[in-house]
Design a protein around this ligand. Sequence first.
Ligand code: CTP
Ligand code: MN
Ligand code: MN
Length: 515
Amino acid sequence: MGDSQKVVVYIMPQKIQKQRYKDMMKAALRHHFIMAEELKDSVTHLITEYETAAQAMKVLKLTELPQHTRLLRVSWFTDSIKAREPVPVQDKHVIAQGGDAVECNQASEPTVQSPVPEYSCQRSTPLKHHNSRFCEAMELLQDYAEMREGDDNYMRALAWRRASCVLKSLKFPLTNIDQLKGAKDVGKHVEKVLQSILDHGTSDEVEKVRNDPWYKKMKIFTKVFGAGTKTAQEWIEKGWTTVDEVRQNYTKGDWRLRFGLAFHEELMELVTRLEADNFTKFIKHQCETILPGISVELCGGFKRGKTHGHDIDLLFTHQSTGKEVGFLPRLLSVLESKNLILCGKWNRGTYTEEAMYSDSKRTKNNQLDHFEKWIGIIKFPKKWRKSISEEEFFSDENVSADLNSYEDSEPAKKKLKTNELSPEDIAAQSRSWIARRVDLIIAPYDQYFYALVGWTGSKQFNRDIRTYAKRTHNYAMTSHGLYDLTKRKSLPAKSEKEIFDILGVPYFPPEERNC
Ligand code: CTP
Ligand code: MN
Ligand code: MN
C-alpha cells in the first residue's frame, strides 16, 4: 500500500507464551517490520492476545490509546508475516474499544462446536476441507512416527493422525489456536506445531523431518509394492538411496517385490477415476456371464470421492449367500485368458466366527481380514485410460476362457514358474498396457455391509469406529461383522446405515469418511 514504512508494531508480551513471542519477534525482523520495544506514541499497530480492549488497557495501565494507535488481534500480525509485509487492517483484526474486562468470551473468530465428538467416525470428514496445510504437516509427523516402529511411535503416529482428523472436520480454516478449545486430541505438542505454522507458515519440527535423509529414503522405498518398513530399512542399511540402485543390486524378494520394483514408475503413477470406472465396467460385464446376480462395488478411496488412488478395490457379493463360492477363481481364469493378469496372489477365505471375537488374531491396526481375495497387478490396456464407447470396450472379447484352471492354483506362483520372462524383461517390452494394482475381495452376503464399510475406509475411519465400538459397547468390529463380546452374539446388518444405527453413530456417507 506504499505506506508500510509508517507501520510501527508493538506486541504486548502478556498472555503470549515466551517461545512463541520470541518466534514472532524473529519473524518480524526477518521481514523487516519496524518493531517498538514498548508502547510509544509512534506505535500504529498494537497487537495483543487479550480479547477485549478493556483487558488490554488495564494491563497497559492506560485509559486511552495514543492517537494513531490501533488495538489489533494477533491474527493481523500472522496475516502480515504470511504476506511478508504489513497487511491492511480488516474488521476481523480489530479489537473494538469498550467492552468489559470480565466479559472476555466475545471472540469473533469461529470456534469448534463444543464438545467435539470424540471419535472421527462421529464427525463428518470431507475430502476437501479448510486446513490442509496443517493436516499435511501433522500427517507427515504421523508417517515418520509410523516408520520408526515400536509401540511408543505407533501411539505417537496415532496421536498425530487423530489431531489431523480434528482439523479435517473443522468447518473453518484455523486462524487462532484458541479456536480449538474444547477439541479432544489436541495436546500441547500438537498446539506447538500448529502455532508455529500459524505464526510462520512452517514448523521447524516438521521441516526437520521433511528433510531428514532417512525419512526421505523410507518414503521412496515404502512406496514400492511389497516393501514394508522392514524391507525399506534393510535397503537403507545396504546404502542404497534410489529405487534404481535397489533394482540393480537386489535379487531376493517375493513376487510382490520383484514386480513392484520392475514396475515401480508405472505403479507410482496414480490410477485415475476414469480408469477405475472403466475397469469396474469391464469386470461387471464379465460377471454377467460368469455368475449372474453377483454385484461389484468400487470401494476404497474412489468410493470416498477421491479422483486418484494407488489401486482399484473391487468388492463382490451375491445376494444368496453361498453362490459366491467358486466365483473368484473363475473370474481370474477369464482375466488370465484375456491376458490381463501380470501377477497376483489368490487367497482362500479363512473366516470362522471365532475369528470375529478372538482379539489375539487381530493386528494392531485391525487391517487384516479373512476374506477370499486376490491381490495383484493387472495389465491395464492403455486404451482403457480414456473415455471409450461400449462397443469399443467389449469388442475384442471373443476369447473363450478355461473356467476351471484357477480352482486350486495360485496365480502368482504359476505365473513366475511358467513365464520365462523376468518381471524386468516384461517391463522392458514394448506393450499396449500399463501396470495397475488391483484388489478383488469376495464377501458372503451376510457379512457384506461390514465388508463394505471396511473396504471403503478410510483406514483411520475404520480404526476409530472399531475403537468406538469396543470402548462404548464392548463390541468387536471387523470387516466381517459386529460381535457383542458381553452377550457373545453377532449383530447382523442389512445396510451400512443399520451398522451406524446399531452403534449409535450418525450415518455419514462415504464422502464424509475421509479421516
Ligand atoms: N483395507 C482392509 N484390509 C486390507 C487392506 C485394506 O480393510 N488388507 C481397507 C483399508 O482400511 C481401506 C480400504 O480397505 O479403508 C482400501 O484400502 P487401500 O486401497 O489401501 O486404501 P485407499 O483408501 O483405497 O487409498 P488409495 O486411494 O490410495 O488406494
Ligand atoms: Mn485403494
Ligand atoms: Mn487396496
